[in-house]
Design a protein around this ligand. Structure first.
Ligand code: NAD
Ligand code: TYD
Length: 339
């Protein structure tokens, strides 16, 4: 079987490729990635020469390039990770989010219709449900929670989800969607909360906490997300949405304090900065459906996962130091300079 993984040079896609090559050595994996600022070929270095792996640099919005690849590879399964993924960037410049996340998903699904696949899987996010109040811990996102987005990022992901369901109903494209909570782990781009705080703390730089740091996210170790997607694409029911999350809600400030403790850095590095516009208060996933139907449960507890992640960033300094020495500096200045 051939699995086409789009966005595989990014954080979750690369972890998914590593997992697939190990868990399904009989399958061929083809990665299509545009290599935007968030895509990094050095992440895939260890598998570039793998006999079951091929990397192709292309844009999912480029219909000719996508069709050419389908003609060559005839993928059985397509897993779409390719996206613009950072909320703060979407607030600055929504256009590219609409382009990649919506139009790109449509281009991929049109190729799936034209060439035929057994599954198109859309990697979505819990952010499509909007946010939950901080004072109602009993409320969780289920698959039937209405879509109610806050940011250009989440709106573009919700737009793609609606389109996926339309392609399922109208053209009977065999689709599934997964909506996962916040991921953490190796190879996450250091613009996101956890790797940004680790990198800054290691460089003794201020740790910029938005607002009062009380916003809550539901954290899942990336490998657990990859295992869930693997189950969905092989055993999940077409036309279905599956929420993925491990009941691990934490306030941002508690994560930042934990990182300080683990690295032996003073909490005086913590700096409260202006809040994100439209900042979602709380995300929390109810994973009962994927647990009941597919037997999925998270395997890595947060206390272990965060230590493994910190260890990884300590052991792979050259990976992130190279990133933060480039264009990232201009981004950082723009985003945090006058905050
Ligand atoms: P990422 O930003 O680390 O990686 C995105 C990858 O997509 C990069 O390799 C980039 O080069 C590639 N890409 C971007 N535009 C492209 C295009 N037009 N054509 C081809 N490739 C393109 O993102 P991530 O954190 O790995 O997220 C992957 C997916 O998972 C996204 O769809 C995101 O919405 C979703 N998701 C992420 C999280 C999270 O916590 N990171 C949680 C839930 C869902
Ligand atoms: P992020 O990693 O951007 O993920 P998302 O916004 O998709 O959940 O942010 C996680 C939380 O951390 C979010 O509430 C915003 C907050 N945050 C900060 O307080 N400071 C930062 O520098 C960043 C990047 C995020």
């Amino acid at each position: 079987m051939t699995v086409l993984v789009t966005g595989g040079a990014g954080f979750i896609g690369s972890n998914f490729i590593f997992h697939q090559l190990e868990a399904h050595p009989e399958d061929r994996i083809v990665c299509l990635d545009k290599l935007t600022y968030a895509g990094n070929l050095s992440t895939l270095q260890s598998v570039m020469d793998h006999p079951s792996f091929r990397f192709v640099k292309a844009d999912i919005c480029d219909r000719e390039a996508v069709d050419r690849l389908f003609e060559e590879e005839h993928p059985d399964i397509v897993v779409n990770f390719a996206a613009e993924s950072h909320v703060d960037r979407s607030i600055e410049n929504p256009g590219i989010f609409l382009e990649t996340n919506i139009m790109g998903t449509a281009a991929l699904m049109d190729a799936c219709r034209k060439f035929g696949v057994t599954r198109f899987h859309q990697v979505s996010t819990d952010e499509v449900y909007g946010d939950l109040p901080l004072d109602r811990p009993d409320l969780l996102f289920t698959e039937t929670t209405p879509l109610h987005t806050s940011s250009p990022y989440s709106s573009s992901k919700a737009g793609a989800d609606l389109l996926v369901m339309a392609y399922y109903r109208t053209y009977h494209l065999p689709c599934t969607i997964s909506r996962c909570s916040n991921n953490y782990g190796p190879y996450q781009f250091p613009e996101k909360l956890i790797p940004l705080m680790i990198a800054n703390a290691l460089n003794d730089k201020p740790l910029p906490v938005y607002g009062e740091g009380k916003n809550v996210r539901d954290w899942l170790y990336v490998e657990d997300h990859c295992k869930a997607i693997d189950l969905i694409i092989r055993k999940g029911r077409v036309g279905e949405v599956y929420n993925i999350g491990g009941h691990n809600e934490m306030a941002n400030i508690d994560i930042v304090r934990l990182i300080c403790r683990e690295l032996g850095k003073p909490e005086s590095l913590i700096t409260y900065v202006g809040d994100r516009k439209g900042h979602d208060l709380r995300y929390a996933i109810d994973p009962a459906k994927i647990h009941g139907e597919l037997g999925w449960l998270p395997e890595t507890m947060f206390a272990d996962g965060i230590r493994k992640t910190i260890r990884w960033y300590l052991d792979h300094k050259s990976w992130w130091e190279e990133i933060i020495s480039g264009e990232y500096q201009t981004y950082y200045e723009r985003m945090y300079g006058n905050r």
